[in-house]
Design a binder for this molecule. Sequence first.
Ligand SMILES: Cc1cc2nc3c(=O)[nH]c(=O)nc-3n(C[C@H](O)[C@H](O)[C@H](O)COP(=O)(O)O)c2cc1C
Length: 426
Amino acid sequence: MCYMARHLLGLVLTLSGHKIMLTTIIYRSHLCDNVAVKSLEGMVASANLKNGMADVTGILLFNGTHFFQLLEGPEDQVKAIYRTICEDKRHYNVVELLCDYAPARRFGKVGMEIFDLREHDRDEVLQTILDKGTSRYQLTWNDRALQFFRTFVEATEKENYFEIPPADSWEFIPTGSARHADPQLAFKDADCGFAFQPIIDPLSQEIVSVEALVRTAGGGSPKEYFDRLSGDELYQADLDSKKVAFALAKDLGLSEQTLAINLLPMTLVNIPDASHKLLQMIEQNGLVPEQVIVEFTENEVISQFSAFTQSVRDLKASGISVSIDHFGAGYAGLQLLARFQPDRIKISQELIRDVHKSGPRQAIIQALIKCCASLEIAVSVVGVEKAEEWMWLESAGIFHFQGHLFAEPCFCGVPAVAWPEKKTAL
Ligand SMILES: Cc1cc2nc3c(=O)[nH]c(=O)nc-3n(C[C@H](O)[C@H](O)[C@H](O)COP(=O)(O)O)c2cc1C
């Protein structure tokens, strides 16, 4: 069956009553140094056949270093081919730029065609690409997919292509061992415990701060701890628990360390004199307010905004700094920054997960970094689990990290940190 007939069929085909969605994926990647450009011809020929059989069409641009490919076709087939492409060892740093749906194919003539930008005059390239279009309506640059072509051909985003090395070029080996608090002290009169997790600057091998994360007295999750509390009991318990956090911090030898604690914004509002009580706890444990960061989560803050800003005034006046935790996981992050500027934001794990593979996440994080730099707000990220995530974020200009890649929270103790060590070539 010829391509056009196959595509028409693809568009109207229904499978178990579901219309097959015409899906577009665009990615860019980097050719591996050890791959000869000549060898790409064979790869393209077999890809063309495979795409044809899967009813997938598209176009591949190559500029001598980077690939840029658009794949179009039924969703399952496009995604299956994209998964194999991501695993291909001939290229690396594969970043998905767009995954979208369209009414018609843009490049429906061939399974896959390669277009070497070095063989064409730059001014003609974009017109030539447009001429290859098979859309029923003439291709226009209003189309997001085509805008990505223009950006690639004109290389306007090139400074944002971070060429991160493979994950296994680093080793993460814990240095030293965890320190634990005296169990007698940890549980004395307490109905809760704390796990500590460092926020680190991996390349300068520095612990920037240590966060105290609430647990039940037996080490159970924060949810377990909070589920047992109700109404105002919740806020009183939230405040009182910080006594345990500071006492543990003192026993763990964190007196010289910046210490992050979490507070519900309504604790400061509902408990009379809460800031003053917090200051007393800090002093009783030989700590100073300037070394304490109070972290609030975005959702809680925005729903009670004016009460929140009122209570923060007292904290700031005493020398305590303020951070917004899990930034980007809530629903009003940017609006929040317009109305209130904390000393630090901690970007949510939801936003940084697999950031090295995702164009949208990269764009959002770069914009956040730029925004926070203009406002002199420090930026750190939480929930870093993969070496590639860390490398991409370092390249983007983030230097403070918290996550299992470096150290898991340690109950009533401070974990050893696995600092990254570059593997030396044998
Ligand atoms: C930049 C680049 C683009 C590719 N595009 C396609 C493609 O459109 N379709 C395809 O089947 N394979 C494509 N491949 C090859 C696949 O990654 C993979 O090697 C191939 O599907 C495996 O086929 P085989 O198991 O039959 O050898 C591409 C590879 C690279 C490096």
